[in-house]
Design a protein around this ligand. Structure first.
Ligand SMILES: [Zn+2]
Ligand SMILES: [Zn+2]
Length: 259
């Protein structure tokens, strides 16, 4: 059987924790590690993924829902942490002591084993937050959560992906009428907050090319969104039955998707 170019498995998604397993060639990494170490290991094993096989943990920004176990896993498996320097500074206390730290800069691509990572800046209320594309052979996937707005830089990077793992944080009606205090509603909607279902759908429609065959909706708010609303907004906007659209869950790992 032909070996997949790239594989991806969402392990957790949402404000209680985020982590995505990505693999290509002989290299496997975690993008973010925002659950306890024990829980992340449990979720990986539940999908027959071995934590021992990890080559790195790559971090998008310093919020606890993205880095809670980053330091723990790097120490436990003696693997390097990939992080940019401002995030590293902001995350020092949460990370604890990590021996192997590889600092990178947004806008400068780098390799981890067989994977090519291309990190790009996003607008969010963190020190130096980023999204990234991960490529191997001729396949590329894009990961972008915690996006205040989709800038032209973001659009540029996400073009030509076979799979997009993208934030669809809230339904505007549920956010407006929901229990959040006013200031928090404003924060979520701001340029440094989170994308709505409709903004995510518009972004995907903008960056799609004929190679796009998979969209994973991520970082859904449990208060201000519903999976069926996010799915509906995306599938209606895409109007393309061959593109699979699914939701990454907070409580369970997803299935391993092979491209
Ligand atoms: Zn965040
Ligand atoms: Zn987050």
């Amino acid at each position: 059987m032909e070996r997949p170019c790239l594989s991806i498995c969402p392990l957790a998604s949402g404000s209680r924790g985020n982590s995505v397993f990505v693999s290509g060639g002989n290299t496997s990494i975690l993008v973010d590690a925002g659950l306890s170490g024990v829980e992340l290991e449990r979720r990986m094993r539940a999908r027959s993924l071995s934590p021992d096989s990890l080559s790195a943990v790559v971090v998008t920004h310093e919020h606890t829902d993205h880095i809670q176990a980053a330091g723990i896993l790097c120490r436990r498996y003696n693997i390097p942490l990939y992080i940019n320097s401002r995030t590293h500074g902001a995350a020092a206390a949460k990370l604890g002591k990590v021996e192997l730290v590889n600092l990178f800069a947004c806008g400068t691509r780098f390799e981890i084993g067989d994977l090519t990572i291309n990190p790009f800046s996003i607008s969010h209320d963190a020190a130096d937050p980023l999204g990234m594309t991960v490529a191997h052979d001729n396949a590329k996937l894009g990961i972008a959560t915690d996006l205040g707005i989709a800038t032209s830089l973001v659009r540029q990077h996400l073009q030509g992906c076979r799979l997009l793992y993208l934030e669809a944080n809230h339904d505007p009606y549920l956010l407006n009428t929901g229990p959040y205090p006013w200031y928090l509603k404003q924060r979520v909607k701001s340029r440094k907050g989170h994308l709505s279902n409709q903004e995510a759908a518009a972004l995907v429609c903008d960056v799609r090319t004929p190679v796009l065959d998979h969209v994973i909706l991520a970082h859904l708010s449990e208060q201000n969104n519903r999976p069926e609303k996010a799915l509906q907004a995306m599938t209606e906007a895409l109007d393309a039955p061959h593109i699979k659209v699914e939701v990454a869950r907070p409580d369970l790992p997803g299935t391993l998707i092979e491209l």
